[in-house]
Design a protein around this ligand. Sequence first.
Ligand code: OAD
Ligand code: ZN
Length: 252
Amino acid sequence: MDIAFSDRFLNMLKTARSVVVSTGAGVSAESGVPTFRGADGLWKKFRPEELATFEAFQANPQIVWEWYQYRREIIHKIKPNPGHYAIVRMPEYFESFDLITQNVDGLHRAAGSLDVIELHGNIMRNKCVACGGLSDDLEFAQFPPICKCGGRLRPDVVWFGEMLPADALERAEKASASCDIFFSVGTSGVVQPAAGLAYMARRGGAFVVEINLEPTELTYISDEHFGGKSGEILPAILEKIKSVRSRSLTKS
Ligand code: OAD
Ligand code: ZN
């Protein structure tokens, strides 16, 4: 894809030591995972407070589980797209690289990214509300499913009103506050604390690059906005990185 690169951005790509890529639902849209907001977004058809809170789960685990099993089925069938694959190659070119995602679909890892900071958990994992035990069964003898300890199982995702995993958030904040380039990819930038990472990067002096089909809450703090599909723009950026940098000697 032919996209225009500003001199400032090119210069940053040449000289940056540390890079953070932070992704949202948009990076998986071209794989066929529905986003939450926007024209075909899940929150147009479903009410988040009825499906994505612990209170809703306690009141009606059956309905909440059915919704998650429906989304698991979609995710089970789909594959990473060129955007995910471009991100897999980026760490080779920088001394420091962190990938942060709000997505629960596991597609970054399926593509081959190592060490993904998952802020909102993983939809393919189950967690017991009583003993905290994790498991990865997708089919259950009993539904809604129960843990060996007798406690109720839930999907290991972060619901509205819940805390993010502390270690993941801490790593994400540290990386964002100290990076040279921060990419915000396919996120509407309205859900906190994830959205705050871009502001942190900005305050830390990073060059902020946004890739999104449309302008968002984060556009006005971005140094560069690429309007288009992440599955096309990320591979173009990777090609540019390859042409202006050699592979980092610190990586094998
Ligand atoms: P949203 O659905 O809010 O936003 C998706 C963004 O991706 C929108 O800004 C779209 O314009 C953009 N987009 C769509 N297709 C794209 C493409 N092919 N290339 C580039 N951009 C594209 O998703 P998130 O910002 O990830 O939280 O949502 C954040 C959180 O809200 C989710 O993690 C989830 C949700 O409620 C929880 O469940 C806790
Ligand atoms: Zn248990």
